[in-house]
Design a protein around this ligand. Structure first.
Ligand code: NAD
Length: 280
């Protein structure tokens, strides 16, 4: 029988990047659904603020300072989480993002670009490394650490955060698009790799939300939309940006062993139809 009310009562959910807009919201909703939530973030204060809100509402949450690129730190946090809340049932690999050093100014290379335009040829190697490390290694390393406790644990699963730019790259952001494509690929790899030991692995691929990391790309200082924002809306059949709470239902579906016990290795777009639309 299909269970209609989703409960994560008693589950330990570890969320990386939990001080951020999308994953802070996901952490809050898991706590409301009964989970004990570990909020990991490089920015401890940001994670703590969400943990405080959860606790004030009667939920169970604890914030931890953790760099997803530092294995030693992650191992230490895993020990603390195990002692504070118990071993991980559900891992949400949410830490990620782009960096301006890895972006081109121009959508298309042309011969007569204005002086000072940052072209493909000017991309900063360290910026590209930063983006690939944060997104790809920052998903792989926490999985190495927390999945150890998830082996053969009933209902254990991992959810990564890809992006709809993993299906077709967006202009100007080659490293971020490539790193998210790598996350989609890793999601499938992990789904296969852990299939004999009971850990499912899936990903969501959010479309366009207005958040800290892309606000400057989309809006002018006075709040008016840049041409890029207008273009996005024209290419989103539902003609609007997504909201952070619109990510939660898909995450709950993938995380629930009652609803998605046979769903493994999918990259679920949440994009208002963007990835499905050819523009014609
Ligand atoms: P955000 O910038 O609000 O949050 C990201 C969080 O990750 C921040 O709290 C930051 O402190 C933390 N972080 C950064 N580096 C870290 C590190 N090394 N170790 C630990 N924590 C670190 O971002 P968001 O918009 O909420 O995005 C969350 C996820 O969703 C990211 O993976 C992002 O790439 C992805 N995503 C976002 C969008 C969007 O439109 N915002 C679209 C598709 C995918």
């Amino acid at each position: 029988m299909v269970q209609r009310e989703i409960s994560f009562e008693g589950k330990v959910v570890v969320v990386t990047g939990a001080g951020g807009l999308i994953c802070g919201k996901i952490a809050e909703e898991f706590a409301q659904a009964g989970a004990k939530v570990a909020l990991l973030d490089l920015n401890k204060d940001a994670a703590q603020a969400y943990a405080d809100t959860i606790e004030a509402a009667g939920g169970t949450a604890k914030a931890y300072e953790a760099n997803v690129l530092d294995l030693e730190v992650l191992e230490g946090v895993r020990e603390q989480v195990n002692a504070d809340l118990g071993t991980c049932d559900i891992l949400i690999n949410g830490a990620g993002g782009n960096n301006a050093r890895a972006n081109t100014d121009n959508e298309f290379h042309e011969t007569d670009l204005p002086e000072g335009t940052k072209t493909f040829f000017d991309l900063d190697k360290s910026g590209i490394e930063f983006v690939f490390n944060l997104n790809y290694l920052g998903t792989l390393l926490p999985t190495q650490v927390f999945a150890k406790d998830m082996i053969n644990k009933e209902g254990a699963n991992i959810i990564n955060i890809s992006s709809m730019n993993s299906f077709t790259p967006l202009t100007k952001i080659p490293a971020y698009s490539g790193a998210k494509a790598a996350i989609s690929n890793l999601t499938q790899w992990l789904a296969v790799h852990f299939s004999k030991v009971g850990i499912r692995c899936n990903a969501i691929a959010p479309g366009f939300l207005v958040t800290n990391q892309n606000r400057d790309l989309l809006f002018n200082e006075d709040g008016t939309p840049k041409e890029r924002a207008e273009k996005i809306l024209r290419n989103t059949p539902m003609e609007r940006f997504g909201e952070t709470d619109e990510m939660v239902g898909s995450v709950f579906f993938l995380a629930s062993n009652e609803l998605a016990s046979f769903v493994n290795g999918v990259i679920l777009p949440i994009d208002g139809g963007f990835a499905a639309y050819s523009g014609v």
